[in-house]
Ligand binder design. Structure first.
Ligand SMILES: [Zn+2]
Length: 705
């Protein structure tokens, strides 16, 4: 260690001296020009060493993730001909960087309360001149705009070690080497970008206090913009490989770039339209935003919100709109009297059509269909586990199977197969398996970590990625090869049963005792998860599973936790028939929302009719009228006085901030079951003793009888 330390000290001293002499970007340009020209000329062919820093998929995912969250600009980009163009251009760029970073921060990082305000600020030439005047120092022009840490302690000039992203602002970024649609940035601007990127990397290396902060101190993102377009240059290089004892620092730096640095250059694309507004959803702006995203991630750590998760939420909204449109179209076909198009927010019909086509194609080509008898091997970081598929679950061709573990051939398991990762974002069909598999795996794991165990909740028997037959040429554990199964995520749970939806389809309705059990078991499951802050958000008859216990009696398991609401920003699923009022109204849950959905579910499985709704308003209107006329209470009253009283109780809580008193209702339900239900008293995960006393018959007075 001491040796390493002293070597580092020597290297730092060399680099500090080197940096004092490395001051002229023009001198650097002379040395690097030829090499840059060769590589930019050959873009985007393979003989160039410069690839693009971003994949189209990454950009699309970010686009989906930030969709629908407005991003406001204060300053428009001025027209090029305006007299104060240069000053205004800097202001517009500063505003873009600030708005973009703030936006990303709020969406992805600020989810936790302690990090509400962005710990980054924007510094442009104007700010720095003002600062220098105030501090009586000589004004030093800053050659661009920087996003830097707010707590930067450096004084005067540009504190390069605290720069998170740097922006080169020029009159024209498009280079002479551009051909047709292949627009590459100009030689000089890339050289400036590399020069400033070098300053960022070398200062970070010298400022040891930043070592712990910067996740990848070897990577720097530099944006290159003019008043219309922009692109991104990324460099990745180990500064310790730089030859610092040298006659000519520029020759040495150019040599370091040629030998030890991976340079990535994006195409230059439109960012601001002719009115001077940023085109947030366009490729050009998305490239800049993604560079900001990665830069923030470098210095602030991974985001609290996952990009894929956010994109999935957007896909869920798309799904909802499509559902509404399908209903409208159905009405149009059958009944032409009144067709009101339900439009909320932005409409992107053309894109949707394209997506539907893609998804159908994808389903035909890539859905993994498993024949009975197939052995499925899963791997995760620690282990590999085999499962044998027995049969498909349900009649619909899809991703649900029943199988067993090779370690325990007795116990039946539910095997849920996700979409192939490459299919993830283009279509919502795949998004719904993302909720079923990836998100549900996360939620169930959180429950497990929180120590929740309840027989009324699904348990994980295994999860991981499919290991396909034949050779696999993936390059890293998280990578994937060309095999259509490679990397497909799978979740295996137990117990196994039939959904309440299919039971009702066959039996028409369920008996009074079953309705009481269903209500009891669901509330018991909810009591456990609410105790660790998890709400289900998607209770409906498809997500309630009826399983048979060893003695042949049914019990109910609340499944499908993929849409669970863990924190304020999570949105519940939207189902016109079963969603709670506040989910439909505000896209949020209140504490009694799951109980409210449970009431609609009970109403439905006890023979109550819920119509097909052609809009959210219609669904809300039905709820209003049904509660006002006490239609739900009347229907449930025919089944059980306790269910009726519970419906009244939930009605009083709907859309209020008051929590559900689970214990009291579990006691009442249990007492209403034939002779009480001893199994339900004993296997409650907590509060069990409480229940035993209650059921002894000597307990507190009860309102139901
Ligand atoms: Zn493979």
């Amino acid at each position: 260690m001491r040796n390493g330390g002293s070597l580092r000290k020597v290297a730092s001293e060399g680099l500090a001296q080197f940096s004092q002499h490395f001051v002229s970007s023009d001198a650097f340009f002379v040395e690097i020009q030829e090499w840059l020209q060769y590589n930019l000329e050959n873009l985007p062919s393979e003989s160039s060493k410069f690839c693009s820093p971003f994949q189209l998929d990454e950009l699309r995912l970010l686009d989906y993730a930030i969709e629908g969250v407005p991003c406001q600009l204060l300053f428009r980009m001025p027209p090029t001909a305006s007299p104060s163009a240069e000053v205004d251009r800097y202001l517009a760029v500063e505003d873009f960087v600030h708005a973009g970073a703030q936006h990303l921060w709020e969406i992805f990082w600020a989810a936790t309360t302690e990090l509400k305000s962005m710990p980054l600020s924007v510094k442009g030439p104007k700010a720095s001149i003002m600062e220098n005047i105030n501090s009586g120092m000589e004004a030093a022009a800053i050659p661009g705009v920087a996003l830097l840490k707010k707590d930067s302690r450096a004084q005067g000039g540009m504190p390069w070690e605290d720069v998170v992203t740097f922006v080169e602002v020029q009159e024209n970024t498009t280079g002479a080497l551009s051909q047709g649609d292949d627009t590459v940035p100009g030689l000089e601007i890339v050289a400036h970008a590399l020069f400033h990127g070098f300053l960022m990397l070398s200062s970070r290396f010298l400022a040891e206090r930043n070592q712990a902060v910067h996740q990848n101190i070897d990577i720097a993102y530099i944006l290159c913009v003019d008043s219309q377009k922009g692109g991104v240059v990324r460099l990745k290089g180990d500064i310790s490989k730089l030859e610092t004892i040298t006659e000519d620092v520029y020759v040495s730096a150019a040599e370091w770039f040629r030998e030890h640095v991976e340079v990535a250059v994006s195409p230059v694309d439109q960012v601001w339209n002719r009115f001077g507004n940023a085109n947030w959803g366009d490729l050009g702006a998305l490239q800049l935003l993604l560079a900001l995203f990665y830069s923030i991630e470098q210095c602030q750590g991974p985001p609290k919100k996952d990009v894929a998760e956010m994109a999935a939420e957007y896909s869920a909204q798309l799904q909802q709109r499509r559902l509404e449109r399908d209903i409208d179209e159905g009405r149009e076909a059958g009944d032409t009297s009144s067709l009101h198009n339900h439009s909320r927010g932005k409409e992107v019909e053309i894109e949707e059509e394209e997506e539907v086509k893609i998804s159908k194609h994808a389903l035909v080509a890539d859905t993994m269909h498993l024949e009975p008898g197939t052995i499925l091997w899963l791997e995760d970081a620690q282990w590999q586990q085999g499962f044998r598929i027995h049969k498909q679950r349900g009649s619909v061709q899809g991703s649900l199977y029943i199988g067993v573990s090779l370690n325990d051939m007795e116990k039946l398991l539910t095997v849920i197969v996700g979409a192939h990762p490459s299919q993830l974002e283009p279509c919502w069909e795949d998004m719904s398996t993302w909720y079923q598999v990836q998100r549900q795996t996360r939620v169930l794991n959180i429950m497990k970590q929180q120590g929740i165990s309840s027989r009324f909740l699904p348990q994980i028997a295994g999860s991981g990625r499919v290991m396909h037959p034949g050779p696999c040429s993936k390059e890293s554990p998280a990578g994937r090869c060309d095999h259509p199964w490679c990397g497909t995520p799978v979740l295996v749970t137990y117990p196994v049963g039939e959904t309440l939806a299919s039971a009702v389809e066959i039996e028409g309705r369920i008996s009074a005792d079953e309705a009481l059990r269903c209500c009891h078991d669901c509330l018991s499951a909810l009591r456990s998860t609410v105790s660790v802050g998890i709400q289900h958000g998607d209770i409906n008859p498809e997500h309630m599973m009826r399983a048979a216990a060893a003695d042949g009696e049914y019990y109910y398991v609340l499944t499908d936790w993929g849409h669970a609401v863990l924190e304020e920003r999570d949105s519940p699923a939207i189902s016109p028939k079963f969603s709670s009022t506040s989910a439909l109204q505000e896209g949020r849950l209140c504490p009694a929302s799951d109980a409210e959905s449970l009431i609609y579910l009970l109403f439905f499985v006890c023979g109550g009719a819920i119509p097909e709704f052609d809009s959210m308003e219609a669904a809300l209107h039905w709820r209003d009228r049904a509660w006002a006329r006490r239609a739900i209470q009347q229907q449930l009253g025919k089944v059980s006085a306790v269910l009726k009283a519970f419906a009244d109780y939930v009605d009083s809580l709907c859309t209020t901030p008051y929590p559900v008193d689970y214990d009291i209702w579990l006691r009442r339900l249990n007492r209403a079951l034939p002779h009480g239900d001893p199994r339900r008293m004993n296997d409650l995960s907590f509060g069990g003793s409480d229940f035993a006393t209650e059921s002894s018959g000597t307990s507190a007075p009860s309102i139901d009888n």
